[in-house]
Ligand binder design. Structure first.
Ligand code: ACO
Length: 422
């Protein structure tokens, strides 16, 4: 059997045989056969937009690997900054490389004072922290205009370093501002996740050292969110980067894509959904209304995973550890029961709808004290290395500017009519 497909253009009788490589075919061959004929694929469900060596995702078999390393091993044995290095560089760091990387990230966590005094304080008191973070990331491009020099690898490293270092600082700043509390400066004695928690929660104590179980759980959740190949926000990062924007502008755009409830906003929607259902007795009728198409079961379903999301299993383990420290969330039992009902219902089974990573992350974040509007902010911190790894890879690939085509369905040509005659 030949590992290829043959396409015939019946208008001309011409055929082309295209090799199947890694499960895909190169569309350029089809376009060569049928110039001017477009391939319609709304939502890109069947389109590979790029080749990539970063994340291997097999949705049928529930497999997720970063640079070949299974997500389960990374969640158990690695830490977020090491995973950042792995995603960005393709290999785990040596001891010396790790020391330098951790040092570089730790010593770039501060932001320009104008960022806090003039920029963050300018937002309305009830501004959503995700809007503040997105704007803050975009604003960084004005502090580092040299970021436009995207062809220089050392310059690229500096901006990548800054983005990974400063995003938690801006995120914590957005939260503190939203509750009217003074901003906490980074604590360079703490590791990445603990420092973020310290900037979030420190009140009057000279040093705030977060509970190590909670800091570790956050670190694991950041690892789980660090990359997920060509998802909506990563595609945005690549598309914007393809116009050779600076990385802050591209990352701000990706943050905007993540903000939506069908992507990064899903864990917030899960808590809203569980709170709205109200009681155990209402779970059955709620599931029926989902099946009738009145709403969606948030935290269920995934464009790529058609089996259990491997990240959801790891999140459930972390949930047990976190709840042992914080006490159980009253919504947890509702979530467990809802999962059980859905997993045994033909509607969900026949459509391969299983819990995704976001079904339980919101419950963990809530138990740790994060308000709902910070959930997507946490996702942004986690996803930043993935976005940057893809941005860097696309530049190294010399990616052409992203410019899809369309099938025009509007009216044909017609003559302009003066307003008085319409
Ligand atoms: N609840 C109920 N029904 C669903 C759900 C859901 N969560 N998800 C999909 N379906 C149904 C659809 O109605 C459709 O049914 P039909 O064939 O009878 O029309 C079928 O399953 C296929 O759904 P699509 O919308 O085609 O799936 P798609 O791949 O486009 O959507 C998505 C994926 C957006 C994640 C969807 O499953 C969803 O909205 N889930 C809830 C939101 C969510 O949890 N998002 C987080 C994703 S993970 C992340 O971004 C980190």
């Amino acid at each position: 059997m030949s590992e290829s497909i043959t396409i015939t253009d019946n208008r001309t009788g011409k055929s082309v045989e295209i090799p199947v490589v890694n499960g895909g075919v190169d569309m350029k061959a089809i376009q060569g056969l049928m110039p001017g004929t477009w391939i319609l694929d709304p939502g890109f469900t069947g389109t590979a937009s790029t080749e990539s060596a970063i994340t291997d995702l097999d949705g049928i078999n529930g497999i997720l690997r970063y640079r070949g390393y299974p997500i389960e091993q990374l969640a158990e044995k690695s830490n977020f900054l090491e995973v950042c290095y792995l995603l960005l560089n393709g290999e785990l760091p040596s001891a010396a490389e790790q020391e330098k990387w951790v040092h570089d990230v730790t010593y770039h966590t501060f932001v320009h004072e104008n960022m806090r005094k003039r920029f963050m304080e300018g937002f309305h008191h009830d501004a959503h922290p995700m809007g503040m973070l997105m704007s803050g990331i975009a604003a960084l491009s004005t502090f580092y205009p040299e970021a436009k020099d995207i062809d220089d690898p050392f310059n690229r490293y500096k901006q990548i370093n800054r983005l990974i270092s400063k995003v938690p600082t801006i995120a914590a700043m957005a939260y503190r501002s939203s509750i009217g509390m003074p901003f906490n400066y980074p604590d360079n004695e703490l590791d990445y996740s603990a420092n973020f928690l310290s900037m979030m929660w420190k009140i009057a104590e000279p040093n705030h050292v977060p509970d190590p179980v909670l800091a570790k759980a956050l670190d694991v959740l950041l690892i789980l969110h660090a990359d997920h190949e060509q998802n909506c926000s990563t595609t945005t990062m690549r598309v914007v980067g393809s116009s050779h924007s600076d990385p802050y502008s591209a990352a701000a755009s990706a943050t905007g894509a993540l903000y939506g409830p069908r992507h990064g906003g899903a864990n917030e929607s899960v808590i809203h959904m569980l709170s709205d259902i109200g009681s155990y007795e209402d779970l059955g009728p709620f599931v029926e209304s989902v099946k009738a198409g009145n709403s969606r079961l948030m935290g269920f379903g995934h464009r790529v995973y058609k089996a259990y999301d491997p990240r959801a299993t790891i999140v459930k383990e972390q949930a047990d550890k976190v709840f042992a420290v914080t006490g159980k969330s009253p919504l947890l039992d509702m979530a467990l029961k809802l999962e059980e009902i859905a997993l045994n219902d033909d509607y969900f089974k026949s459509r391969n709808l299983y819990p995704n990573v976001d079904f339980y992350t919101g419950l963990i974040y809530q138990a740790m004290g994060f308000p709902l509007n910070m959930f997507t902010v946490l996702f942004t911190i986690g996803r930043m290395p993935g976005w940057l790894a893809h941005w860097q890879e696309s530049l190294e690939q010399g990616q052409r500017i992203s410019r899809p085509r369309q099938i025009y369905t509007g009216v044909g040509v017609r003559d302009y009519v003066d307003v008085g005659s319409r």
